[in-house]
Design a protein around this ligand. Structure first.
Ligand code: PAF
Length: 280
């Protein structure tokens, strides 16, 4: 069966209506394209959990800041569609910017508290752009489940709040980060790294692993965070944050049983993020 390639909202609605009428469950994987094995692992997980899988490819302008990489974000639609077809995806949804943001569009979705810290503090408006487009895409596709990568842990938290607070009848699934052999988290932005930066980049994950060991050894949160920032800065990163938090992204307390260590740092012009879980 060849994959449906759909641009219009009315066509994806007709397709999903037919699937629902024949009692077939639907999983949805939203992406910005430029697909790598991390995205394909979301697709594989979606196929295990539902009868039909839709992937969207939409480089969402509203989640990029004025000085960010919207114009240069890698767009590889043909290659992406070939990969998705080979992976057995049922439909790819490729909406235009005008259809997602029609003239006189006035509605934004703002998930307040969880959008303000970490990446939200340095990327003003980013999570409002993410929440708005995800809400629109979920309303258009009306899936039973939607899958997101956990590399963007704060994004996953924002979307969990959105689905809960707006009472959307959708189950969210977070999928573990896929890594290169040297530990670097897979990301479309890795290709911006120069050969020299690419050699340094895995230090981000190595430092997270080091911090995890220190946390398990009982070291103080602030000491670990400060030493990690020093190590990364010494290696050539410009660190935005390196923080130990609880699973709801609030400051960690010493009696917590489960932590997430989060980092965002720039190497040259490339902003990288990553995280690691620690469970006691
Ligand atoms: O994680 C992404 O690729 C994007 O933020 C998403 C969820 C597709 C929304 O544009």
């Amino acid at each position: 069966m060849t994959m449906h390639r759909i641009q219009h909202i009315s066509d994806i609605r007709t397709l999903t209506k037919n699937w629902r009428a024949s009692h077939q469950s639907i999983a949805f994987v939203p992406t910005m394209g430029n697909l790598h094995p991390g995205h394909l692992s979301l697709v594989a997980e979606a196929q295990k959990r539902a009868e039909k899988v839709i992937v969207s490819i939409f480089v969402n302008p509203s989640q990029f800041g004025l000085n960010e990489d919207f114009a240069t974000y890698p767009r590889t639609e043909e290659q992406d569609c070939q990969l998705l077809n080979a992976a057995g995806v049922d439909a790819v949804f490729l909406p235009s910017i005008d259809s997602i943001y029609p003239i006189d569009d006035q509605t934004v979705v703002n998930v307040t508290r969880v959008s303000q810290t970490y990446c939200g503090a340095s990327r003003t408006g980013h999570f409002s752009g993410v929440a708005t487009v995800v809400c629109k895409l979920l309303n258009i596709t009306q899936p039973d489940i939607a899958l997101f990568g956990l590399k963007d842990f704060q994004q996953f938290n924002v979307i969990q709040c959105l689905v809960r607070d707006l009472h959307l009848p959708i189950t969210l699934v977070g999928v573990q980060t896929m890594r290169e052999k040297d530990g670097l988290a897979m990301s479309s932005r890795n290709q911006y790294l120069s050969p020299q930066e690419r050699i340094i980049a895995p230090t981000l994950y190595k430092t997270l692993c080091w911090a995890k060991d220190r946390l398990i050894a009982g070291c103080h949160f602030k000491t670990i965070e400060n030493e990690a920032i020093q190590q990364l800065t010494h290696t050539g990163f410009d660190v935005d944050y390196f923080s130990i938090a609880n699973q709801h992204l609030q400051p960690a307390q010493s009696n917590d049983q489960s932590f997430i260590i989060l980092v965002a740092a720039k190497l040259g012009n490339t902003r990288l993020i990553d995280n690691i879980n620690v469970n006691f």
